[in-house]
Design a protein around this ligand. Structure first.
Ligand SMILES: [Zn+2]
Length: 246
């Protein structure tokens, strides 16, 4: 970008033009911030990597709002440039105990559990790419993990690689300008223990995150998500602030 500064003397007769070339460019990233532990660690990582962070949270028909409340608090603490909370009623599609179809399992089940929300990450990433294109962000961050997880197909690296390619092909910015948007998955290959350790290093306020599939005052400690989280804190030999004294 070039700027021209004009100076005049006291009588307004002499002018001087100076050409300034600005090299500095602001880096921007959109982060999918659910309010869970993984998305919080991902958002903190992203915040250290970009100049401006745009947080995106969905009310997708979850049976409780605890996660969304945490997401809002995290967005404020992080100082996000903007934070959008969008309504996307996937409960009208159904197909998941997370949106009220059947009970949330209290013990491990075979195969992909009933908490799977069909195409959730594909839908969320599409919206994140749309916003990234509008605000001029080069990166979309998502806290998927394919190590200690519930086996959801849309958390796997092969899905992320394929959807990144597909969404860029659907982007005006890429087709006309040749500049793609990348999907950043900083915790995809980390164990849950390593994610907690990274969160500690980044000073993530774990007390402002919510992993439990149920929405009580305190985590239920029996659902899949609670079990995976509890094991990670145990392996790190620290107490989860959410269950302290419980
Ligand atoms: Zn739980």
């Amino acid at each position: 970008m070039e700027n021209t500064i004009r100076c005049k003397d006291a009588r307004g007769k002499t002018s001087l033009s100076i050409e300034i070339e600005r090299k500095y460019e602001v880096s921007k990233g959109v982060v999918l911030l659910s309010g869970g532990l993984d998305s919080a660690v991902t958002a903190y990582q992203a915040n250290g990597e970009v100049d401006k962070l745009y947080a995106l949270t969905f009310r997708y028909g979850q049976v409780h709002s605890k996660e969304v409340e945490c997401a809002l608090q995290l967005g404020l603490i992080l100082g996000a440039e903007r934070h959008k909370v969008l309504d996307l009623p996937l409960d009208m599609i159904g197909g998941s105990s997370l949106v009220g179809v059947g009970d949330i399992p209290k013990e491990p089940t075979q195969g992909i559990p009933s908490t799977w929300v069909p195409q959730r990450n594909a839908i969320f990433l599409s919206v994140a790419f749309a916003w990234a294109e509008v605000v001029g962000a080069d990166k979309v961050y998502i806290g998927v993990n394919s190590v200690d997880y519930s086996g959801y197909p849309d958390c796997r690296p092969e899905f992320i690689g394929a959807v990144e390619k597909a969404l860029n092909l659907a982007s005006k910015r890429f087709v006309e300008g040749g500049t793609g948007i990348s999907i950043e998955t900083p915790i995809i290959h980390l164990s849950k223990k390593k994610i907690v350790e990274l969160g500690l290093k980044l000073k993530v306020p774990f007390e402002r995150t919510w992993s439990c599939y149920a929405g009580g005052d305190r985590p239920c400690r029996v659902c899949d998500s609670c079990r995976i989280r509890a094991r990670a804190f145990e392996e790190c030999s620290i107490e989860d602030p959410l269950v302290k004294g419980g």
